[in-house]
Design a protein around this ligand. Structure first.
Ligand SMILES: NC(=O)c1ccc[n+]([C@@H]2O[C@H](COP(=O)([O-])OP(=O)(O)OC[C@H]3O[C@@H](n4cnc5c(N)ncnc54)[C@H](O)[C@@H]3O)[C@@H](O)[C@H]2O)c1
Length: 292
């Protein structure tokens, strides 16, 4: 994106954390910002704060797991600001546990918010941006945990890997409509992601507060430790702005995590080498279409 002034950003999960800081940063560039969030109290506070700083910001209550909510939020954004030029599918939640003990309801919750929330954002906003005829940019928020699986974080890692993959799929699909796609893969950033269950919808089991989780399972305290010692949220937002200006596709906040990616690539190369040397494949031609 080269022009920010007077354009409109729509940010899910914008009431706090990374979404809020990106909202403030983009508003600082002259953008009008719609914050969409499930947490009514934090949303009101965020809108009040940013309006108090002189920014053109509005809020809309929205559960990204519900496509109808995202569609209604888009309509509200058009009503308030006319057009939408940047969408950040940022709302995300995490659950911790082994494959044995994560409930089906929690699997559904994380899939519906982290994966379907992103799908809904694209299904609603890509046609809108196309109809406006001015192009646009959709940024999906994954995680470094989507690059490399992390023990005891199955639903989180799986959904974040899916968001990276979808972003790759959509990048070419949407380019013909002048819509750029990017994927943000942060490492630990100061936020309340460790306390995601505060916003778990009733249909998945309802909210649980972090203090109560720690009382039930003291080792959960480590998750908070990892996040609160992460990088400053403003630094992550500044990185997002840099990346937007340069139209970067993969956006990272923790360059030293390159090692994780390298480990994965090395393992994959080893797998390809094994296949190359495989007697079972000795007579199979190394040809065929490679799709991108
Ligand atoms: N903070 C980190 O260390 C970190 C690392 C990697 C990726 N991320 C990703 O960054 C994104 C933002 O997370 P954060 O760290 O700012 O966490 P956060 O918990 O501080 O903020 C998340 C926001 O999303 C909102 N939200 C939750 N469920 C929602 C729903 N169903 N519909 C709409 N809004 C909903 C919350 O109310 C909150 O305002 C997430 O996708 C997260 O997975 C965060």
């Amino acid at each position: 994106m080269k022009e920010f002034k007077g354009k409109t950003a729509f940010i899910t999960g914008g009431a706090e954390g990374i979404g809020f800081y990106v909202a403030r940063t983009l508003a600082g560039q002259g953008m009008r910002v719609m914050l969409a969030d499930i947490d009514t109290g934090m949303l009101e506070k965020a809108v009040r704060t940013l309006k108090g700083e002189g920014f053109k910001v509005e809020g809309v209550v929205c559960d990204v797991a519900l496509k109808a909510d995202v569609a209604a939020a888009a309509e509200e954004t058009v009503r308030k600001f006319g057009k939408v030029h940047f969408v950040m599918n940022n709302a995300g939640v995490a659950v911790t546990g082994s494959q044995k003990n994560i409930s089906e309801a929690d699997w559904r919750w994380v899939i519906d918010v982290n994966l379907m929330g992103v799908v809904h954002g694209v299904q609603v906003f890509a046609p809108l941006m196309k109809s406006q005829g001015e192009g646009g940019h959709i940024m999906n928020v994954a995680s470094i945990a989507g690059i490399h699986g992390v023990s005891f974080s199955g639903p989180y890692c799986a959904t974040k890997a899916a968001v990276i993959s979808l972003s790759e799929c959509w990048r070419n699909e949407l380019a013909k409509d002048g819509i750029a796609v990017s994927v943000l893969c942060p490492g630990f950033v100061k936020s309340r992601i460790y306390d995601s269950m505060r916003n778990r919808q009733a249909r998945y089991g309802g909210p649980v507060h972090f203090e109560d989780e720690v009382k039930a399972k003291p080792s959960r305290a480590y998750n908070k430790e990892l996040v609160v010692t992460g990088i400053d949220t403003q630094a992550a937002a500044d990185r997002v702005l840099e990346a937007l200006k340069e139209d970067e596709f993969f956006i990272f906040t923790h360059p030293h995590f390159r090692e994780l990616h390298q480990m994965r690539v090395d393992k994959m190369v080893e797998g390809f080498d094994k296949a190359d040397a495989s007697p079972a494949l000795a007579n199979v031609p190394r040809t065929g279409v490679i799709l991108t």
